[in-house]
Design a binder for this molecule. Structure first.
Ligand SMILES: *[C@@H]1O[C@H](CO)[C@@H](O)[C@H](O)[C@H]1NC(C)=O
Ligand SMILES: *[C@@H]1O[C@H](CO)[C@@H](O)[C@H](O)[C@H]1NC(C)=O
Ligand SMILES: *[C@@H]1O[C@H](CO)[C@@H](O)[C@H](O)[C@H]1NC(C)=O
Ligand SMILES: *[C@@H]1O[C@H](CO)[C@@H](O)[C@H](O)[C@H]1NC(C)=O
Ligand SMILES: *[C@@H]1O[C@H](CO)[C@@H](O)[C@H](O)[C@H]1NC(C)=O
Ligand SMILES: *[C@@H]1O[C@H](CO)[C@@H](O)[C@H](O)[C@H]1NC(C)=O
Ligand SMILES: *[C@@H]1O[C@H](CO)[C@@H](O)[C@H](O)[C@H]1NC(C)=O
Ligand SMILES: *[C@@H]1O[C@H](CO)[C@@H](O)[C@H](O)[C@H]1NC(C)=O
Ligand SMILES: *[C@@H]1O[C@H](CO)[C@@H](O)[C@H](O)[C@H]1NC(C)=O
Ligand SMILES: *[C@@H]1O[C@H](CO)[C@@H](O)[C@H](O)[C@H]1NC(C)=O
Ligand SMILES: *[C@@H]1O[C@H](CO)[C@@H](O)[C@H](O)[C@H]1NC(C)=O
Ligand SMILES: *[C@@H]1O[C@H](CO)[C@@H](O)[C@H](O)[C@H]1NC(C)=O
Length: 624
């Protein structure tokens, strides 16, 4: 949730109304079921026909974007024209590139947007840094949770991946209060006969910033917009975990509040794109069209042919469901942060002296306390005086009810209780992107730190830095599910080699897995506002040739073409070479690269070339 969430919603619910330009509300509706639809299909079929068709539209655009990008990056000795001609003739060699935006509050939204911008050919500074263009060559993006990654992804997705400058100046991240009148849309939804849950309220609150009306466009409608049908933008995904109802296998709860069991290797990660909703592994192992979410199905067909639901998948609801961590916050608050902790907020995850950890815990308890005592009651009143146990999730009719390909427990469950995937141990929304069917070649992972709830940006710079555990969780889950993923170093190696402070590649020498570029947030300056973070991520990418090499590595391998010497050098310098570091990991409290007393103008005039880890002996002499 954004940093100002509690006060924002408190004000809104308190009745502060201001005039806002909003589009006419369009709540979900019942209608006749399409005669030709596939309501549920097994994941074993691979990509949906729609996604395969879309890839055919997207591929030529990726090739043309790569041509510009590779020309700009100018890898010595690499013949861009010859390579592009080969790609045009060999669609299987076209690189598949993905970007994964993690969660982490406003700072994550801004940070992830900044990463996207730092690879955007429409941003002059990125072009000047020779990084601009990778975003144009990206096929898939995914976002996760607690506003951050989801909001970044959703704001880009519903605005046709317009340039970030336009998004920001257009008010997409305007932190002003949502008018209480915005919530009237929910009354219409309730009157139309649909049950509301916390995702509805949160979604309206969050989508408002995207300046696209009270509920935003339906997520599925994006797929018929020109930007998507002409293949000029990536396909967006949000991910969600679930609370399993009591009495069914895998259920986990505290005081009746459901949350995922704490087992990073046995989770169901649901993905939603404008095309489909479902899971590849885990309980569902099946997909349903996003456009028909909310429809009551049994054994893969509508229970009533005249009661198919459309409009459930508003971008507000989708965002709200992916952000529904509020019930978990109650658990965390009630148990003093001992139960229901977020994956990346575990007390143990902080390599910090106990006194600092306690301070963070106290801050978190205070912020959560404000939410639980001051904000939540208003939300529950809005939801008809429901209890958090009843509505504290993204509730939706379970499309996999009675569907025999899915797990037995799920077959018996009328309603899905979707929650923030951060509760499951997956901090970054990598899961949809590494599914074998998507043939990912190069994955950019932008995780973010943060421990504190609702605290100011600067506090996250003091604590909560990552230690690699969440990526390791993803790798463990990949191994458990036979999903190709690079081998990773252990936590000590992450910390000792500074992999949480500067970009690093994993999987360079494993041709059968996606190449992963891991770019964790690190502090740049005290100017913790939008420009700072964007600029930091932008200046962080002086290793532009390594990025360009990463974008073509797997493709060249598939084509059996030689890897340019410069790329081999870059990978030697920027890849983890498979060795574990020895010694005691440092206390990760990175200093700001600039003194807090530096003036904004002084800061604004600087560029930063990061000193990369000394794992490569010739690090300072290579040209990447
Ligand atoms: C189903 O029919 C509708 C309307 O006739 C059409 O727009 C849609 O493309 C069809 N869908 C499929 C999957 O054939
Ligand atoms: C970016 O660069 C282009 C080409 O040099 C120029 O036309 C444009 O005005 C620049 N945009 C900004 C915002 O500086
Ligand atoms: C942000 O929203 C407030 C309230 O609607 C409005 O007054 C302000 O102009 C908006 N700012 C931007 C940059 O859109
Ligand atoms: C994994 O979780 C599911 C429920 O989500 C459960 O039914 C199953 O027993 C679990 N498997 C293992 C091996 O723990
Ligand atoms: C987690 O799930 C895996 C199956 O994926 C199972 O083998 C393991 O025992 C579970 N761990 C715990 C602590 O339940
Ligand atoms: C949480 O901490 C408070 C204050 O220290 C204490 O009163 C309460 O019993 C604790 N609750 C739990 C569930 O441990
Ligand atoms: C890293 O995080 C894990 C998981 O929370 C934790 O168990 C471990 O102690 C941490 N290690 C270090 C060195 O920070
Ligand atoms: C925590 O303790 C360490 C050493 O015991 C001390 O250096 C540090 O200043 C303390 N931090 C706070 C916030 O009190
Ligand atoms: C919720 O409770 C309040 C106060 O008890 C009551 O006035 C209101 O009518 C209730 N609303 C609903 C929808 O039951
Ligand atoms: C960032 O903060 C500095 C210092 O407070 C301020 O001068 C600058 O205008 C801010 N930039 C933005 C985009 O808010
Ligand atoms: C920051 O630097 C940019 C050029 O990189 C310049 O256009 C802008 O005016 C500067 N902003 C301030 C507040 O100095
Ligand atoms: C990691 O960064 C610290 C602080 O900048 C530095 O002292 C250390 O040498 C770096 N470690 C490696 C392996 O580069």
């Amino acid at each position: 949730m954004r940093a100002t969430y509690s006060s924002t919603l408190a004000i809104a619910l308190g009745g502060s109304v201001f005039a806002a330009a909003v589009s006419p509300p369009t709540p979900p509706a019942y209608g006749a079921c399409p005669s030709n639809a596939t309501y549920v299909r097994p994941a074993s079929e691979g990509l949906s026909p729609e996604e395969s068709t879309w890839l055919d539209w997207r591929r030529p655009q990726v090739v043309s974007a790569l041509q510009s990008y590779l020309t700009l990056a100018a890898i010595p000795g690499f013949d861009v024209s010859a390579y592009i001609s080969t790609l045009s003739a060999t669609s299987s060699a076209v690189p598949v590139i993905g970007q994964s935006f993690s969660g982490g509050g406003t700072r994550a939204t801004i940070g992830r947007i900044g990463f996207y911008q730092s690879f955007d050919s429409r941003y002059n500074k990125s072009v000047a840094a020779k990084t601009g263009g990778l975003s144009q060559a990206t096929t898939y993006v995914a976002g996760r949770t607690v506003s951050g990654g989801c909001e970044a992804t959703m704001a880009l997705a519903i605005n046709d991946f317009t340039d970030v400058q336009t998004l920001v100046t257009g008010g997409a991240f305007n932190n002003s209060a949502v008018p209480s009148s915005a919530y009237e849309i929910l009354e219409l939804k309730a009157k139309a006969g649909f049950n509301l849950s916390i995702s509805d309220v949160v979604g309206v609150n969050e989508i408002f910033y995207a300046a696209k009306g009270l509920l935003g466009p339906t997520f599925s409608s994006l797929f018929s917009s020109a930007a998507y049908t002409n293949g000029s933008v990536p396909l967006p995904f949000l991910i969600m975990a679930e609370g399993i109802p009591q009495g069914l296998p895998g259920s986990n709860s505290y005081n009746g509040i459901l949350f995922p069991v704490n087992n990073a290797t046995n989770q169901t990660i649901y993905e939603i794109s404008p095309i489909e909703f479902g899971s590849w592994q885990g309980r569902a192992k099946a997909f349903t069209p996003t456009s028909l979410l909310g429809t009551t199905l049994n054994a893969g067909v509508p229970v009533n042919q005249s009661e198919c639901v459309t409009g459930w998948d508003s971008s507000a609801w989708v965002l709200g469901a992916a952000l529904s961590a509020q019930a978990d916050w109650v658990v965390i608050q009630d148990t003093n942060n001992t139960v229901g902790e977020f994956s990346r907020r575990k007390r143990a995850e902080l390599a910090y002296p106990a006194n600092e950890t306690e301070i963070e815990d106290q801050k978190q308890a205070q912020s959560l306390g404000v939410f639980v005592t001051e904000v939540l009651p208003g939300i529950l009143t809005l939801l008809g005086n429901a209890t958090i146990q009843e509505v504290g999730y993204g509730l939706v009719a379970n499309p996999f009810l009675g569907y025999t390909n899915s797990e037995v427990g799920l077959q018996k469950q009328a309603t899905l209780a979707l929650v923030d995937a951060g509760e499951s141990g997956q901090e970054s929304p990598i899961w949809p992107l590494i599914q074998p069917a998507r043939k990912m070649d190069f994955l950019l992972v932008f995780p973010s730190p943060t421990l504190s709830f609702f605290t100011d940006l600067s506090s996250s710079f003091k604590s909560g830095w990552m230690n690699g555990t969440n990526l390791i969780n993803t790798a463990s889950m990949a191994i458990a599910n036979n999903v190709p993923f690079p081998k990773l170093p252990n936590v000590n190696t992450f910390l000792i080699n500074n992999y949480t402070l500067a970009p690093v590649f994993f999987g360079c020498n494993e041709p059968e897995v996606p190449l992963v570029l891991f770019v964790a947030d690190a502090p740049y300056s005290a100017y913790s506002n939008a420009t700072t973070v964007m600029r930091r991520s932008h200046t962080n990418f002086q290793q532009h040739r390594a990025n360009a090499c990463g974008s073509i590595l797997r493709s060249l391998e598939r084509l059996g073409q030689p890897i340019p010497d410069q790329c081999t050098l870059c990978f030697k310098q920027h890849c983890w070479q498979g060795e574990m570091a020895t010694g005691t990991p440092p206390f990760v409290a990175p200093a700001l690269l600039l003194s807090p007393s530096t003036t904004f103008a002084q800061w604004n005039a600087t560029t930063w070339t990061p000193a990369f880890s000394a794992t490569a002996p010739n690090a300072s002499t290579t040209g990447s």
